[in-house]
Design a protein around this ligand. Sequence first.
Ligand SMILES: Cc1cc2nc3c(=O)[nH]c(=O)nc-3n(C[C@H](O)[C@H](O)[C@H](O)COP(=O)(O)OP(=O)(O)OC[C@H]3O[C@@H](n4cnc5c(N)ncnc54)[C@H](O)[C@@H]3O)c2cc1C
Length: 482
Amino acid sequence: MLRGSSSSPHVALSKPTYVYDMTAVGAVPTRVRGWGGGDGVSALLLRPASADALRTALAVRRSPAGARAHIAATGAVARGMGRSYGDAAQLSGGLVLDTTLLRGFRLDEGHATVTAEAGVTIGELLHTLVPAGWMLPVVPGTQHVTVGGAIASDIHGKNHSAAGTFGRHVNALGLLAAGGEVLELQPGSDQGLFESTVGGMGLTGVILWARIGLTPVQGPLLSVDTDCVEGLDDALALLAGAGGPYRVAWLDLLGSRTGRAIITRAEHISDAAGPRARVRGATVSARATVPERWPGGMLAPSTVRAFNEVRFRRAPRRRRGRPEALGAHMFPLDSLDAWPRLYGRRGLVQYQFVLPLGQDQVLHSVIERLRRARVPCFLAVLKDLGAANDAPLSFPLAGWTLALDLPRVAHGLDAALDRCDELVAAAGGRVYLTKDSRLRPEALRAMYPRLQEWRAVRDRADPERLWRSDLAVRTRLVDGEL
Ligand SMILES: Cc1cc2nc3c(=O)[nH]c(=O)nc-3n(C[C@H](O)[C@H](O)[C@H](O)COP(=O)(O)OP(=O)(O)OC[C@H]3O[C@@H](n4cnc5c(N)ncnc54)[C@H](O)[C@@H]3O)c2cc1C
């Protein structure tokens, strides 16, 4: 197995508040939170050095010791880099299995695949694969996401219409099941357990490794087309038009002309087609870190409005074929480490939803609803999505997805988002679970019509309901009847 470099997950240690028998196998009391910040919860964190160590530690659960009663009662959940915004990778009072030390991977050029342990990040893979002429077909907006997290959330990239989700390119995966056995799953195997694990938010077991199909690339360069438009409908038209497969629109929702946008469409090019000197590589380095005690009030609507104005004025009205490095284009937020701290102690809520094609007017309605509630949106990103896949809990469906970064301190935020949920659900859309921290069970049920199908597979694989998360408990993903 090749080894890549590490970057530490977003987990803050706190004073131990309790000690259980699991500490004997290395679990430590820790405060765990989502990427959106906030107070977090107390949990026992176990960071095994290998897949075998993880299995052995969990076997304690089946011993007659006190640990057994504790783990059975509180449950366990896998965690990667903690880049899910809400409570998907945490379990209050339970066991959190940090997979970030499972970091081996091997490239098989003959079969155009990479086999990676669950804790390897997208960035670590790209760092090795792209210079070797291979690309992961799907990457998210940050390089700091593990393979396990990418599969459990069935993530999509800026090229979903062309490439589908991450899960579509997984040929096989190893799953540590509730009974302690390791299952090798392939698409269509084990009565839907593969499809229920893809997008299953860690609730079918711990993904230990995956074999992922790759696409050939000539190097770390993209050719990028940029356009500025004055309104949301123009942005939708450009995203639906011809151009490169990586498409995204940044919207300014604080300006006087709501919805003015910068749209980029990008495609891979060979090194020969662009100046090598401008290549900064397949990944991006953090140029600064936001300090831990950043005063939250500094990120006010007036500050962001001014920033947006500068950004919009500096952007070219229309530019074609600019060569840009893959990492800098795909992962712009990674150049500022710990950026959610800009939102202050309470952090942010990211509200990401998808609407089916033909429901574009609901995008306007959601934006208008937040505006009327005086909830400021500091970052808004719009993408087109292609057809849904076979995984019952997978988020994407053919249409438009909008991700909105909203300060948690905003007065009336929860009530406004509850109303937005109703608009989204009535239009046949859904909220993205890996970004969520506040969705209600009835809204979840309305948005995910294949929920019962997923629950049936999950319950068969884990009848004792060992695998749980705060997301699963809050939305009753796991607990069945509403
Ligand atoms: C700046 C930024 C940009 C983003 N852009 C995108 C984007 O463009 N598209 C997109 O789809 N998402 C995007 N995301 C969300 C991110 O890709 C997902 O939340 C992803 O799951 C995070 O991976 P992680 O390793 O941090 O997992 P965590 O956040 O630690 O966990 C996420 C979920 O995966 C489960 N999980 C983690 N590891 C395992 C494992 N080994 N076995 C089983 N379950 C596991 C957890 O239980 C949890 O339910 C973005 C996030 C950020 C912060």
